[in-house]
Design a protein around this ligand. Structure first.
Ligand SMILES: C[S@@+](CC[C@H](N)C(=O)[O-])C[C@H]1O[C@@H](n2cnc3c(N)ncnc32)[C@H](O)[C@@H]1O
Length: 278
């Protein structure tokens, strides 16, 4: 049987090369709209802001922070200190550059290059009031139990983990309007992709295209967090998502995508808050 470390070595090399190559494409994209970010655009979604609550004076760790726009948005919202972690050096360089450009100094925003599984030894502090992650993060990890142990270990007493993610149920659907079930919800084997392009530009000409992902069921995610010793405060499911996940979804004035009125709905995103006793 293949060990976690053997699986992970293969995933890590391929996935990191894939993400590194996509960073400059993302940084120049309309999707991430860094000019708007420089001018003050807040990247935090309304439901996240409402559910996380006031971050004034808090220390927040963002796991898998990509180019740091969400991380820095939490700083703009008043967090005393934010730390962003990502295994892509290219992404972290962009994040550090953005922080400097928007005037958030290293005393308030630190960015570290690290595999999320090694986060505990990479981040500057032993724990944080808020550990935040999601929006396309968990699927890149082969083992959700190990992830939950790392994330939970970084939550300070009285603090919490907040996760906002695409709902795993959406991963079973095809991309057409008929919403047919094309993938197995319970298939835990690696999803291997080897195609050029990226979600900000499907036509981008890229060479590092091999990547590995896997679907973690909602049950596995929640159970992993509970097993890691945190108390689940809530699990919310949403009928909206951040992109055109299948052809029939309609974009609302808030920029979110939903099924047309009257059509039966599926959960498209979820959020979870899990806390550590004070
Ligand atoms: C889709 S992005 C999600 C980030 C953020 N929510 C956003 O939309 O900008 C996924 C991020 O996970 C990072 N990543 C993937 N696997 C990782 C790992 N094992 N350790 C640390 N970062 C990882 C990638 O480099 C990428 O920046």
């Amino acid at each position: 049987m293949t060990t976690f470390h053997e699986t992970w070595a293969e995933w890590l090399e391929a996935n990191r090369a894939m993400w590194d190559e996509r960073v400059p494409i993302h940084a120049a994209s309309e999707y991430y709209d860094q000019d708007a970010f420089r001018k003050g655009k807040d990247e935090i979604r309304d439901f996240e802001a409402a559910e996380v609550g006031d971050v004034t004076g808090k220390r927040l760790l963002h796991l898998q922070c990509h180019m740091g726009q969400d991380t820095l948005s939490w700083a703009r919202r008043g967090a005393a200190k934010v730390v962003g972690l990502d295994f892509s050096e290219a992404a972290i360089e962009v994040a550090r550059g953005l922080a400097a450009e928007v005037g958030i100094g290293p005393d308030r925003a630190e960015f570290v290059v690290s595999d999320v599984y090694e986060a505990a030894s990479a981040v500057p502090d032993p724990d944080y009031d808020i550990v935040y992650t999601g929006i396309g993060a968990l699927d890149w990890l082969p083992d959700v139990r190990r992830w939950a142990e790392v994330a939970a270990s970084l939550v300070a007493p009285g603090g919490f983990l907040y996760l906002s993610e695409f709902h795993p149920v959406t991963h079973v659907l095809g991309w057409g309007e008929d919403r047919t079930i094309e993938y197995d919800y319970f298939d835990a084997s690696p999803q291997v992709t080897d195609e050029p392009g990226t979600y900000t530009d499907f036509k981008a000409e890229t060479v590092n295209n091999l990547s590995f992902e896997r679907l973690h069921t909602l049950g596995d995610i929640v159970s992993a967090i509970a097993a890691a010793g945190l108390r689940v405060e809530f699990l919310h499911e949403f009928d909206m998502t951040m992109f055109q996940r299948y052809a029939g979804l309609e974009r609302g004035e808030d920029g979110c995508y939903r099924a047309p009125k009257g059509q039966p709905r599926l959960p498209l995103m979820f959020s979870l808050k899990a806390s550590r006793a004070a």
